[in-house]
Design a protein around this ligand. Sequence first.
Ligand SMILES: Cc1cc2nc3c(=O)[nH]c(=O)nc-3n(C[C@H](O)[C@H](O)[C@H](O)COP(=O)(O)OP(=O)(O)OC[C@H]3O[C@@H](n4cnc5c(N)ncnc54)[C@H](O)[C@@H]3O)c2cc1C
Length: 449
Amino acid sequence: MPRPSVPRRPVVRTEFAVVGAGITGLSVAWALARRGREVAVLDRAAVGHHAGGSHGACRIFRLGYDDPGYVGLAARARGLWGELEEACGERLLHPTPQLTFGPKLAQVRAAMLAAGAACEMLPAAEAMARYPGVSVTGEVLVEPASAVIAADRALAALAALAAPAALAAPAAPAAPADRAGPAGGIGAGVPVTSLADDGRRVVVGTTAGDVEARRVVVCAGPWTAGLLAAGGITVPGSATLEQVAYLAPAAAAAPGSASPASAVPAGSTVPAGSAVPARSAAAQQRGMPIFVHYGGEFAYGLPVPGSDRYKVGIHHGGPPVDPDRQDQAADPALGSRIERAARTFLPGFDPRPVRVERCVYDNSPDADFIVDRIGNVVIGCGTSGHGFKFGPLLGEWLAALAADAAGQRDRRRAAPSSGAIPGHQRRFGLGRFSAGNPPRAGGRPTGSA
Ligand SMILES: Cc1cc2nc3c(=O)[nH]c(=O)nc-3n(C[C@H](O)[C@H](O)[C@H](O)COP(=O)(O)OP(=O)(O)OC[C@H]3O[C@@H](n4cnc5c(N)ncnc54)[C@H](O)[C@@H]3O)c2cc1C
């Protein structure tokens, strides 16, 4: 009697599989692809989709952290951004000076000086004469090496560079509107449902079939912990739903119809919709710098490349969220805090947003990234709202961990046994959360957006 045929799940075999096509996962894929390695990238949705942490037009690139370690890492990341720009033939970082001010100014300055990064301290009046678009008090640190990252262009460039060397991922099932079918080696619309590491290879279960890989790199943002928990790997963290506002220039008024906004002291407000005189409005909107109010409420802002819009937000301002149940509607309470920051710091812009965007943060308990490898599973997550600028560096680290046999950490051991990320295992490895090795004093967050 013929045996009943058992339907076989389709299997794709590859050297490396990457879960997550945000900035971290795509950077890993590019780092592996440019080493000539075979890689499949799997994401439950299309590159740049709105439920992840990497979507939107722009992000801040800066060296200015209150910790010389991060200043040095940002400088290393800057070099890799240059290599990416060269590889894709497109400018992705738009040099834009940055004004840093606020309660942690002295720590940022000290960290930058310790790391040998260029910066200049100015009294507020001088800073505002140079950059009339930002209203400040006290002292201001001017950082000349900052830039606005064209974030959406960076994702597209990485996806295009990674795909030709990547392996076809399993075909996506019927794709909902926010999901695309597989593009090159990027399987979009392919949720990963399980991971099983048998010590020789990892079977990555997806809704479209299995992928067998020698190593898997999990860069699934705030979904990482849930995905790894089933395989017995604990990754601590929490998600928050943040909000940013896009502002348009304030309307220019007829001369004499309003008091000059530049005369409004920081801390007081420009009435909503108030017009500013034509000459000062134009000056305030031209050559807008990035700003970071470091410490305190942590407001930040940046000009949107190729547009007259200005993006503003509050770092770690949003409420906790289940990443699978995000309500993308504008949060009025957060909106009024952002509007207050706009009135305080941005005299040339109408503080009422023309558009609001929500975006999820993937927070580690101490705001440091999580970069580690357990068996054949490499983990890159916990970017805590400041990971975009480090994308290419995280990609290099994670690709090296995936490709390096010596980097393996035995999953049964409590403490990390390797220096797989030279000099950084203690800070970024999962071992820092082990019993007897509590998170660093000060908790989170050290950096801003
Ligand atoms: C409002 C806002 C402003 C920010 N500003 C800055 C800034 O100015 N400068 C800066 O450096 N950083 C900034 N950041 C932080 C930065 O954007 C993030 O740290 C970074 O984008 C996180 O990227 P990621 O690839 O790790 O995660 P994500 O972009 O979230 O990608 C994870 C991916 O994994 C996929 N995935 C999850 N689970 C599965 C599964 N089971 N199967 C398949 N796929 C799965 C998801 O669909 C998602 O696409 C900001 C973040 C936000 C939200």
